[in-house]
Design a protein. Structure first.
Length: 300
């Protein structure tokens, strides 16, 4: 282990100077030193947003720091492992926040939480593909919790299920990557769901949506439609491909376990799917609904 050093809270240095003093690599966000007892963590909240997540203080006054690795699922190796094991390895964690080009300020020393050192969540990688990301949960030793951005979406202690207005154009993909534009398939799904909601409402049904946050998660799940009158959960898809049908099937079963009493399930599609996909849905008691003439048709 390298020399023991102290880092001044609030110190403003060029990143090259940080490494000259304390060691570590000038590349990447996590930089374990071979010449001192430090693991340096670098954060730039304005850049993290491009990948669907960012570092910052949680409402629980812990600091949440995203692990390294911009492509594919993040793994507990290399820099991530150095953060997880820093106490066992006799290392101190210091976070440095970018304040201008190549210049960073020291937020202070942190220690990983013993009870819950990290959690995993979904976020887009640099190519836009959704992958699993490690979020470290760090307790302040010398940092001021009031400094920096606040992360509103931190893991909830118990399941949350609430009704939301159908007019809210929330999707799970948008919850993961708020800066992304709706895709054509999502536009078709939204239009299809709106037409079906109008059709049911004209028949006197009460229609809403469900927002679900499972215990231990922080990203909300959004159902497409929920028919309160008949207790039916509806998932819409803008395509009748096998991929779309299988995706809707999984989503319906995922959502249903949080709703009491358990609702019946229905899949809303733009046209009647081919026979094998109808058989698939029938085998797990999911009704299939599609536009037909001036209304909608369904097969149980």
């Amino acid at each position: 282990m390298g020399d023991r050093v102290d880092v001044t809270v609030g110190a403003v240095l060029r990143r090259t100077e940080v490494h000259a003093r304390y060691g570590g690599s000038g590349q990447g966000g996590i930089s374990p030193s071979r010449t001192s007892d430090c693991v340096m963590l670098f954060t730039d909240p304005t850049r993290g947003h491009r990948h669907g997540y960012f570092d910052g203080w949680g409402v629980d006054r812990f600091y949440y720091y995203a692990g390294e690795g911009q492509v594919g699922d993040q793994e507990m190796t290399r820099g991530n492992k150095a953060v997880l094991n820093h106490v066992k390895d006799g290392r101190k964690l210091f976070i440095w926040e970018t304040v201008s080009r190549s210049v960073v300020a020291c937020l202070g020393e942190f220690v990983i939480d013993k009870k819950r050192p990290f959690y995993t969540t979904d976020a887009p990688d640099s190519a836009g593909d959704i992958r699993s990301v490690i979020m470290f949960r760090l307790r302040s030793v010398t940092a001021a919790p009031s400094h920096g951005p606040t992360i509103s979406h931190t893991p909830v202690p118990q399941d949350i299920v609430a009704d939301v207005a159908t007019e809210q154009q929330n999707t799970e993909r948008m919850a993961i990557n708020p800066s992304s534009e709706p895709r054509e398939a999502e536009r078709r799904e939204a239009s299809l769901a709106a037409n079906y909601e109008r059709y049911l409402s004209e028949m006197g049904h009460t229609i809403t949506r469900k927002k679900i946050i499972p215990a231990g998660e922080q990203r909300p799940l959004f159902t497409d439609l929920f028919d309160v009158t008949d207790n039916v959960l509806v998932e819409a898809k803008g395509s009748v491909t096998r991929e779309a049908v299988r995706m809707a099937l999984g989503q319906l079963f995922d959502y249903r376990r949080f709703i009491v009493p358990n609702p019946s399930l229905a899949m809303l599609l733009p046209t009647r799917p081919r026979p094998d996909l109808l058989t698939l849905c029938s085998s797990v008691s999911i009704a299939v609904v599609w536009p037909h003439e001036s209304g909608f048709r369904s097969e149980p």
